[in-house]
Design a protein around this ligand. Structure first.
Ligand code: C2O
Ligand code: CU
Length: 577
């Protein structure tokens, strides 16, 4: 044991030294991972396909850490395209350099090159995840990031017998890089995925999928902690397990007040921690086996969507053999269009707000913003034909600005005071007010402006963003995600936000603390956070097609006065564009 430890340490030091990650102490250097980006063959749905992976694994490896740890990940790009990795849900205090989104905080890691991420955990505790943050690479380059309590502290709930990541995703038969290129070329919709998947598998209701369905072996009387992640690109999902209830105890790497449900609704980017009591070995309707299932919650019924159901099996290993032979029970999930079920689930999320896990909800707002969300169109260039209605190209916007990636990253431009890369005039409110959620939106509102506009914030200011969905090209939900912070979700409602009346309905006592919030279809959501993290932070819809269409913006938080309120200086090893 001791003999084995020493070479590991030397190796760790070697890695740290080679990649030049300064100031990594021995204590924290234990949590070091090599992520080799490479293609691997994965047969699914009766076809062989090459996908981009980390270390050949799909879903990718789970990172496990304790609250407050420093985690080092060496990304070695042996793939055939540029890539970056983002640590979704890690605040990265003062440390935007290692946040990941391409052309926002870094240039991509080119094939044949390496980049070492230094990930600073702070208050996160629970389930977060990591994923590629370049093009559509996230479809297969993702994994769980599990943060346990500090040594000597414990879960604010019963100790589970086992913890299992349940990673919900999507599978395309075509190559996702091709998928993106095609949609950019035609300006039309991105082709639907061919399946929803659970831990990489579509399950029993898809061709050629039965023998590899994900099975979770359980024992009667034990408690399991499911760390559920929606890693999909397109679909809000309902998820549940036949014959069993789920007790939600956390979301987005923070604890919640426990509540018990038959099924959850989870948007891309979100995580839900759920306790599962294995108490149905023999008293199910027929079986010692139960399906867990996930299918799309389609908030906009006018859009086509992946309409088949992914399954996995909860298998009581101690049930009588006869009970394990028949078909598993199937859960009752809400139907695809069940807005009520989705809304009711989301409304139950509340912060734990205990002595050990207190809330700190800002009561006074310094920077109020109202941000409209829209799917738009842009004119088709004269030398092309476009597939969106009336020969247009699809786009998307926040406050009628469709975000365009610059060609060098915004963080570098900001740190080096380089002009011409971005503008600092992202608007605090929409350019025009209209009945945002009325289905008869004037046609001329469909076209958006284009730009690379950021919002500047002073260190420590309290920001309130009210996201307002619009009916331009059809209202739908949007999972809005902020980098660099978690935020309190203080309010939500349907229709147009009313600045006079709606704040009176806010929950300022125990609002959920999240990094990805589902803005309701034809409704609004209010979030608050204190900008006490200097740096450059992306904010975007976590539906990937909306991101590539421009439903994004950036917050730049200026340095504060004190030394520990300033961004770390630029690491020497940043990739070049
Ligand atoms: Cu989960 Cu900007 O990302
Ligand atoms: Cu969206």
């Amino acid at each position: 044991m001791v003999g084995a430890k020493i070479p590991t340490m030397l190796w760790v030091l070697g890695v740290v030294f080679t990649f030049g990650a300064a100031a990594v102490g021995l204590a924290e250097a234990n949590n070091v991972h090599d992520f080799i980006i490479k293609e691997a063959n994965y047969p699914r749905l009766c076809q062989n396909k090459k996908i981009l992976t980390v270390n050949g694994q799909f879903p990718g490896p789970t990172i496990t850490a304790r609250r407050g740890d420093v985690v080092i990940v060496n990304v070695i790009n042996q793939g055939n395209k540029n890539i970056t990795i983002h640590w979704h849900g890690v605040d990265q205090p003062r440390n935007p350099w290692y946040d990941g989104p391409e052309f926002i905080t870094q240039c991509p890691i080119q094939p044949g090159t390496n980049f070492t991420y230094r990930i600073l955990l702070s208050e996160e505790e629970g389930t977060i995840w990591w994923h590629a943050h370049s093009d559509f690479d996230r479809a297969s380059v993702h994994g769980a990031f599990v943060i346990h309590p500090k040594n000597g502290t414990y879960y604010p709930f019963k100790m589970p017998h086992e913890e299992i990541p349940i990673i919900l995703g999507e599978w395309w038969k075509t190559d996702v890089t091709h998928l993106l290129e095609e949609s950019k070329r035609t300006g039309g919709e991105v082709n639907l995925s061919d399946a929803n998947i659970i831990n990489g598998q579509p399950g029993d209701f898809y061709p050629c999928s039965q023998s590899n369905i994900f099975k979770l072996p359980v024992q009667t009387g034990k408690t399991y902690l499911l760390r559920i992640i929606n890693a999909g690109l397109t679909n809000d999902l309902f998820y549940g397990i036949a014959g069993h209830l789920l007790t939600i105890v956390g979301t987005d790497g923070r604890y919640t007040k426990p509540f018990t449900v038959k099924h959850i609704m989870i948007s891309p980017g979100q995580t839900m921690d759920a306790l599962l009591e294995a108490d149905r070995a023999i008293n199910g309707s027929s079986n010692g086996r139960y399906y867990m299932a996930a299918h799309t919650f389609a908030s906009n019924p006018n859009l086509t969507f992946t309409n088949s159901t992914a399954t996995a099996i909860l298998d009581y290993v101690d049930a009588p053999p006869a009970k394990r032979a028949g078909p598993p029970d199937f859960p009752n999930l809400p139907n695809f269009f069940d807005m009520k079920a989705a809304t009711e689930y989301t409304a139950q999320l509340r912060s734990l707000a205990s002595k050990d896990h207190p809330v700190d909800v800002p009561m006074k707002v310094d920077v109020p913003m109202l941000i409209t969300i829209a799917v738009n169109v842009l004119p088709c260039a004269s030398n092309e034909t476009c597939e969106a209605p009336d020969n247009t190209r699809l786009a998307a916007s926040l406050n009628n600005v469709s975000f365009q990636n610059p060609s060098i990253d915004i963080l570098d431009a900001y740190a080096q005071s380089q002009n011409g890369v971005y503008e600092v005039n992202f608007p605090d409110k929409p350019p025009f007010f209209f009945n945002f959620t009325d289905t008869n939106v004037p046609k001329e509102l469909e076209v958006t402006k284009v730009g690379t506009k950021v919002k500047m914030l002073n260190y420590g200011e309290v920001v309130e963003v009210v996201f307002q969905d619009t009916a331009i090209n059809g209202a739908e939900t949007h999972p809005m995600h902020l980098h660099g912070f978690a935020f309190y979700v203080v309010g939500r409602g349907f229709g147009n936000y009313d600045a006079k009346k709606d704040p009176a309905t806010y929950n300022l006592i125990d609002p959920p603390y999240q990094n990805t919030v589902t803005v309701p279809k034809a409704g609004w959501t209010a979030i608050r956070w204190r900008a006490s993290n200097p740096g450059v932070w992306f904010m975007h819809c976590h539906f990937d097609r909306h991101t590539v269409w421009g439903m994004n913006t950036v917050f730049i938080v200026r340095d504060g006065k004190k030394d520990d309120e300033k961004m770390f200086s630029r690491p020497a090893n940043m990739p070049r564009c």
